[in-house]
Design a protein around this ligand. Sequence first.
Ligand code: FO1
Length: 310
Amino acid sequence: MIVALAGGVGAARFLQGLIKLVPEEKLTVIVNTGDDIEFFGLHISPDIDIIMYTLAGIVDETKGWGIRGDTFHCLEMLEKYGYETWFMLGDKDLATHIHRTYLLKRGFRLSEVTQRLCEKLGLKLKILPMTDQKFATIIKTDKGKMHFQEYLVKRKAVDKVLGVEFEGVGAEPAPDVLDSILNSEAIIMCPSNPIVSIGTILSLKGVKQALKESKAKKVAISPIVGGSPIKGPADKLMEGLGIEVSAYGVASIYKDFLDVFVIDHVDAGLKDKIEKDFGIQVVVTNTIMKTLEDKIQLAKVVLKSIGIGV
Ligand code: FO1
């Protein structure tokens, strides 16, 4: 079994390539839920939905989130009623959140609900929310503390980041998270934000220890290329926490458990330093995923780097 730790858009794009090489049934994806938020009484799990929609072939590829061709009639009506509508929930997308919330209210755990959603979308891989417990990523800024989605979507990541807090740090991982890590043959840290996507998963009780103990080969793909993130605010968050905004800085976050680090050609100059300082083997390749061929090529390099031939 191959396990992937994932955030949203970058991870989903990488996984699109991976499932062309590995049977879906052999794949377990542990997904960040620190971005989860409630609107209109509905539980939204953005990263889970981004991965489900992408792998089910229904995502809006331009935005990387939401459903292709979705409309926003419900949101327009909610705006008329005076609600805040800065988080763009499409009509079809809302059905996912209504279904999820309805099942949660009936007592199902988020992991059970996610499994049901995946089945209905025809997915054969296992998508595990990192935890079934309440967890929220809070950004400390010069304008005060705010939920990650408020920082990113409402305020467009313009505020100066002073720190990051996890409400729910030390929460129990969802059932199967630790077992999957301990019993897998390979663990892949997707090209996701190392602080608010992978960092949240690492903050859960027992996850770092399980990663250290697991005999699986562990590989990460740098989400930072040439000193900037491919997507999202990783640079601002890393800077705010005093971490170098580079592939080297990402490696420093994973150094305690990582075997192999895949970086872009642009960052080839960092290879020797990462290998020398952290004892992690570095593989240099193209990590920019524009086409499906790019995604498959990157997945191939990642698998080969940990001895899995495809
Ligand atoms: N991202 C945005 O930038 N603006 C939005 O209005 C927005 C709405 C949205 C609705 C559902 C969903 O599943 C995701 C959505 N996202 C939106 C993406 C999301 O907030 C972030 O990209 C992730 O949380 C980071 O991985």
